[in-house]
Design a binder for this molecule. Sequence first.
Ligand SMILES: NC(=O)c1ccc[n+]([C@@H]2O[C@H](COP(=O)([O-])OP(=O)(O)OC[C@H]3O[C@@H](n4cnc5c(N)ncnc54)[C@H](O)[C@@H]3O)[C@@H](O)[C@H]2O)c1
Ligand SMILES: [Fe+2]
Length: 382
Amino acid sequence: MTFDKIYQYNFPTTIRFGVGASNELGDYLLKNSLSKPLIVTDATVAELGFFKEIVGGLRRKNISVEVFCDIHKNPVKSDVYKGTEAYDATARDAIVGIGGGAALDVARAIVLRVNHREDLFKYDDLVGGDVFVTNEVPHFITIPTTAGTGSEVGRSAIIADDETHQKKILFSPKLLAKIVFADPLLTMELPAFITAATGMDALTHNMEAYLAKMPHPLCEGIALEGISLINQSLENAVNNPDLESKSKMLIASLMGAVAFQKGLGIVHSLAHPLSSLLDTHHGLANAVNIPYGMEFNISGFEHKFRQIARALELKEETGEAVVKHLFELNAKINIPNKLSDIGVKHEHIETLADLAIADFAHPNNPKPVTREDFKELYSKAL
Ligand SMILES: NC(=O)c1ccc[n+]([C@@H]2O[C@H](COP(=O)([O-])OP(=O)(O)OC[C@H]3O[C@@H](n4cnc5c(N)ncnc54)[C@H](O)[C@@H]3O)[C@@H](O)[C@H]2O)c1
Ligand SMILES: [Fe+2]
């Protein structure tokens, strides 16, 4: 499966998936009478060859392009405000997010802010702010360049407070992209470390979504197939990249995000505090925590771990075998198995546990989690 043809899927939105799909952006804009897009990306992607080619291709079609790339690694509110100023100052008519989860989240938050000018965090979904998302939003298009968050098919943006670094979620069905151009070619040059960390984020999405307590067979089927595709491709995508492994990772990451409409769980709640407190990359934080979080979930859910073990093609179809596999997979793709290897110290554990218990992900975990459980898991992983 190399996706040498482009296929169209309409769940959850229109997805143009395959080699060269990003070349369709210009004609799509013109067909929709859009000629002044704001392209939102990060400063690294803005310098890459494929990005310059996309922008050059649009300009050759007489499309006026404005690029906004002044964003943080873990995006903050002021990034969104600056991007909205760029949108206003040059009278844009659409927003195209091109990049990893960070750039796509900022793009989506700008989509919200253009016609919703109260304080951005008034729209925080965790305090019911989604009810204030009532106005129309600009035409929104996403082009992923990492295979991890699946933010291209998401309806939420994770944006942190500039001072407290607390992460807020902006959510609305209106924030779903009208179309996604998912082109595996754009991920070919991703550095091995980013492929590994983002790939483990995608695996975590699929596994946590599959286990999350809400019944949702549609998402569960997608999650199991996502796990299987990652099992076939992540090691190669990191250590021996080719178009097949990159294609499978890109579709599997997108599937993870479709599946986690069902919810996430304990691993994301262990991971989020590491990004807030220590600025750890989101995927890396999940990667180190996933074996420990999954071990916590086994008892009572052995039947589900049997299905996961099957998707991973393990000889022994048990939760313990899944956990062992996760440790081994991390080692093969050069991800450390201990939190102390990524800068966590004993004195961080109390604060991490406070942040984890307040996190939004674990209420969907199949088993309830207490602050004490979080402390124990962090100590074990240290
Ligand atoms: N909205 C959601 O549903 C959702 C879900 C999970 C995570 N997130 C957010 O996503 C962010 C993490 O996203 P990410 O894991 O994609 O990382 P990222 O966007 O931070 O990108 C990682 C690095 O890779 C570089 N990069 C991106 N594409 C590249 C390419 N093709 N070639 C070379 N380098 C490239 C970027 O410049 C960056 O330095 C976090 O801010 C997290 O909160 C959002
Ligand atoms: Fe994630």
